[in-house]
Design a binder for this molecule. Sequence first.
Ligand code: FAD
Length: 427
Amino acid sequence: MGRAFVYVILGGGVAAGYAALEFARRGVSAGELCIISEESVAPYERPALSKGFLLPEAPTRLPAFHTCVGSNKERLTPKWYTEQGIELVLGTRVKSADVKRKTLTTAAGETISYKILIIATGARALKLEEFGVRESDAENICYLRNFADATKLVSIIQTCNGGNAVVIGGGYIGMECAAALVTNRIKVTMVFPEAHCMARLFTPKIADFYETYYESKGVHFIKGTVLSSFENDSDGKVTEVMLRDGTRIPTNMVVVGIGIRPNTGLFEGQLAIEKGGIKVNGRMQTSNSSVYAVGDVASFPVKLFGSDIRRLEHVDSARKTASHAVSAIIAPETISDFDYLPFFYSRVFTLSWQFYGDSVGEVIHYGDFIAGRCGAYWVDKGRIVGAFLEGGDRDDYAAIAEAVKLKMVVKEKGEVEELGVEFVSRA
Ligand code: FAD
């Protein structure tokens, strides 16, 4: 027994929501499309989970942040899917896939067949066990990838008011969670092995700006070491975090943000894999012509970087790869190969930054690193290939994005340093 659809989207996250929107725009008939998701809720804007969702006052809750909130478009609530005739198969994990037979099998044993499949399985949070830390399943240890994780995190936060938290990992999940915990009146210690936070993107100077700000909010940083083990009480709750350098930190809760791994498992051995993701062409088509991949799980050619294959873990890329794949499926003659400017952003406390392009080459900092409107350009072979800005307005961000898109030529480093955001308009 099973069901058959023309189109199946596997995964119900950011990319799935934007793919559904594009299908609806281009006209899909009732019963043609289904979305299968392990999560129990309809697709939503995942970044809200580490921002508005964790606020102590007037937190964001579903249905307020279903797909498209904030972009002046219709919000895709479960009712919207019903109205469009799009079937939402929620709370359902697909446990195997057969791309030759064009079938998916759910954990409950149902077979769902498709003519065209869009893989939008995203990624999962890496677990401490994978790094050899034992007994890391205590009830006051939190991860943050999905709605269920965020719901657990909120309930733990509510029991820790006035207490202490240890945040393991200095990436954006760690940074955003640390800010949210402070806002919830919890004292935070951040622990990570690198020399500074956001080590994959931030320069030491940019990191210093954020770390100084966090310290002014009471956050304590322990850098250059890692967690070794936990001390638990008789209920199995973590009471102390032990670090490899011998430090012991008493705590009421732990948040872990140590990276993600793309959910490629169902397709390994069936589809080409590159850079840890499912390899696609400029139309988001995998090595099997009936299967497309989008979002965090897809590795695609970035024209701007000489068609180098990249896998991005950013919400903007999830939205745009999804729309592009659906356009390529429904109206292939109307589109050309995906041409994307990589974009990533984060918001913490009252700070907010955006980054465009690639963080390679020589770095030129600009702006005021005390007051806060500051940033950097990355220059490779005499051209701007990456741009970062904290505290800009809409026009500023558009300007730095343009600098990267145009790969503006840098003749004099001093001029860029001095002009900063205005470099684009004056050049
Ligand atoms: P996801 O949104 O992760 O969706 C994947 C879906 O697939 C999930 O619903 C999952 O349950 C489902 N799935 C996986 N395997 C199966 C299976 N076998 N069967 C059924 N269903 C399955 N990016 C930014 O640029 N800026 C930000 O500020 C930002 N903040 C973030 C905050 C948080 C807390 C998180 C977790 C991410 C954030 N991101 C941010 C990253 C961004 O959310 C991701 O890039 C984006 O969600 C990727 O979309 P996706 O659809 O590829 O994957």
